[in-house]
Design a protein around this ligand. Structure first.
Ligand code: PLP
Length: 412
């Protein structure tokens, strides 16, 4: 008789977004006259910029004739996109990353979920709390996290690094030594950033203890402060301890178009038993093998659209989009401050993280905000135990709706 992968069954239900949807539709059914504004979504709302749309149209036309048709893409990505990324995202910032260290993919969600499979099953992971749920859940599915405690909502074999107001929502080096460290800055959900100096401490630590940092840079385009690093590879020594995840979703609106990349330097290697002896093996070679076996490459049309992001017009246009969202972010941040809320984030990230008033739980505040202001946000407790008593608002709505929502909150 077949058996299921029981590690999947260990996952507690992910009720966060379905609970939100249920509560909102029940509320709307009861109050059909009320206009509800959603500031809970983590999806962008602005259309793809003209430079990207032009590139998409051109690439589609190329697919219509045999001379310019493209079939299977190279597993690891087209050279034109890998080079554009290497130059613009890394070399232009002084990071020593070559095109062949960049693996093009269909997005950072898949890469952040899949990257764990090239590491040993006994590797211990460390994650921030609160956290983007994919890092933990993908390790649960792989049988790496031990048992779940439904009361404390933590896994027995995961190192949690609380990110709280006390430490400025930046994790501290863990007491127990991890093998894989997931970091995401600017952060989802807290909107917090890490200084280059602090990130350097993590890189030094990882090199010292022999851990790998998996650095999710999905929100790097939102950075405006000059001392906040855009890439982990701005730190000295990162080539021997870090992997970076990149996404076109939040900087260029590719959430529905799908494009991302993973960067693995050749210098990231570890002594391993192989059929020809005990020797240094590059992590790069395993990810290349994995891509070759399980993935047939991101579509040509989409990679051409990604290339257009790096054109002069593309850069100008996506910067305008980011500025549009960041104008929303400032409006939320300033408005909530005026209303007396304790808020953070919103400066180098499209997320505003607020402390619930009167010690309400995250869900109590969700209900309160929906009922009294018709505004939907995301309960912080859905991202981990340290998110309790916090709430996330996003800057991805329209400016008009953002203003309306904030003004309603201020009027409470
Ligand atoms: C949105 C997001 C991503 C991007 O995922 P894609 O699959 O590229 O759309 C990655 N990491 C975090 C933390 C995110 O919030």
């Amino acid at each position: 008789m077949f058996k299921l992968n029981e590690d999947y069954l260990k996952l507690p239900g992910s009720y966060l977004f379905s609970n939100i949807a249920k509560k909102v539709s029940a509320y709307q059914a009861e109050h059909p006259e009320k206009e509800i504004i959603r500031l809970g979504i983590g999806d962008v709302t602005q259309p793809l910029c003209p430079a990207v749309i032009d590139a998409l149209h051109k690439a589609v036309d190329e697919m219509a004739s045999a001379e310019t048709f493209h079939g299977y893409a190279p597993d690891l990505g087209y050279e034109f996109l890998r080079s554009a990324m290497a130059q613009n995202d890394f070399q232009a910032r002084g990071c020593d990353i070559a095109a062949d260290e960049i693996f093009i993919s269909d997005g950072a969600k898949s890469d952040s979920a899949n990257i764990q499979e090239i590491f040993d099953k006994n590797c211990k992971i460390a994650v921030c709390d609160p956290v983007y749920p994919v890092y933990v859940d993908s390790n649960v599915m792989a049988g790496r996290t031990g048992e779940y405690n439904f009361d404390t909502e933590v896994w027995s074999n995961v190192i949690y690094m609380p990110c709280t107001a006390e430490n400025g929502f930046a994790p501290e080096l863990p007491a127990e030594i991890p093998d894989l460290i997931y970091l995401c800055f600017p952060n989802n959900p807290t909107g917090a950033t890490i200084s280059k100096e602090k990130l350097q401490e993590w890189v030094d630590y990882a090199n010292k203890v022999g851990a790998v940092i998996i650095y999710d840079a999905a929100y790097e385009a939102y950075i405006s402060d000059s001392d906040v690093p855009h890439s982990v590879f701005e730190c000295e020594g990162a080539r021997t301890c870090a992997i970076e995840l990149r996404s076109f979703s939040k900087n260029a609106g590719f959430t529905g178009t799908r494009l991302g990349a993973t960067v693995i330097p050749h210098d990231l290697k570890v002594k391993t038993n192989t059929y020809d002896g005990y020797k240094d093996v590059e992590v790069h070679s395993l990810w290349a093998r994995r891509h070759g076996t399980k993935y047939n490459g991101a579509p040509y049309i989409i990679q051409k659209a990604g290339e257009a992001v790096y054109s002069a017009e593309g850069q100008k246009q996506i910067k305008e989009q980011v500025a549009y969202y960041m104008k929303n972010a400032s409006y939320i941040l300033e408005g909530l401050k005026e209303a007396g809320y304790t808020v953070s984030g919103g400066k180098n990230a499209p997320y505003i993280w607020l402390r619930t008033p009167d010690n309400m739980t995250s869900w109590e505040f969700f209900d309160y905000l929906l009922d009294k202001a018709g505004v939907v946000g995301t309960p912080g407790s859905g991202f981990g135990p340290s998110g309790e008593h916090y709430f996330r608002l996003t800057a991805f709505g329209s400016y008009e709706n953002t203003v309306k929502a904030v003004d309603r909150i201020k009027a409470l």
